[in-house]
Design a protein around this ligand. Sequence first.
Ligand code: HXC
Length: 269
Amino acid sequence: MPSTLDQSFVTNSVWKPDIFKGKVVFVTGGAGTICRVQAEALILLGANAAIIGRNKEKTDKAAAELSQLRPDAKVISCIVDVREVSQLVEAAAKTVRELGRIDYVIAGAAGNFLCDFNHLSSNAFKSVIAIDLLGSYNTIKATFPELRKNKGAIIFVSATLHYYGVPFQIHVGAAKAGVDALSNALAVELGPLGIRSNVIAPGPIEGTEGLERLVKDRAKTISQVPLQRLGTTRDIAEATVYLFSPAASFINGTVAVVDGASWQTGSGV
Ligand code: HXC
């Protein structure tokens, strides 16, 4: 997958080019479209990164490509199943050994498929809860010592489908509702340590696996979005940079819904 951001994100941007210089981001799901563009933005603006994924080939490839975004960028890959906290602890240790520190954590690893309740097995439900919700918890558990030391910040990648009832998404809706609750509680509990926790909830974003699987009629979908367009990966990147930047230093325990007000129409995108 080619990078969706390039140098124009730095030159044609409201952000200072070195805003994240010396910082390190730890990204689960970093080989997928949404979390990858979040990593791209931070790397282009000065950060180094650890890309965490389950599939070795995809994760190594993403890390190698991301390291090309900036001449002095350091990007490592860690092969981890986020359901296993010990693997995340090892990945965090490797990140500190090789990149020196962790300042920002993006918990975005997710599993999903469309399945109606009647055919959804208990194990299938458990698998998605374990990846999306337990995996998010494990990610923060493993990186907490670094977040505390560096007064870091967290972004969870959630969704909007639990704001109302979306059929065939019972498992993901339940998991993402849990992710939002996890972020809220962490924001309150870790706030006194100087750690901020927020959520990005993407809507219909062009070029993502989710959109491809969920949206069959593109023109109809666009007509249902109040802003009359699909979201772009850049929209996700901008929200990510804002939430990690000093401009958001009093933003804690919020959900940034990046969907053009799509979910509020009840159209299911
Ligand atoms: C019904 C399914 C299923 C499907 C798996 N299962 N796929 N049930 N419909 N399409 C069931 C299996 O039969 C099994 O239950 C249980 O789920 C666990 O399956 P495994 O394959 O053993 O689990 P695992 O290898 O851990 O895979 C986890 C996964 C898988 C979540 C099921 O889809 C995955 O790894 N996905 C990662 C990639 C991914 O999903 N990316 C999408 C992200 S996009 P039984 O009872 O048979 O044991 C996104 C945005 C929204 O999240 C997308 C909207 C659609």
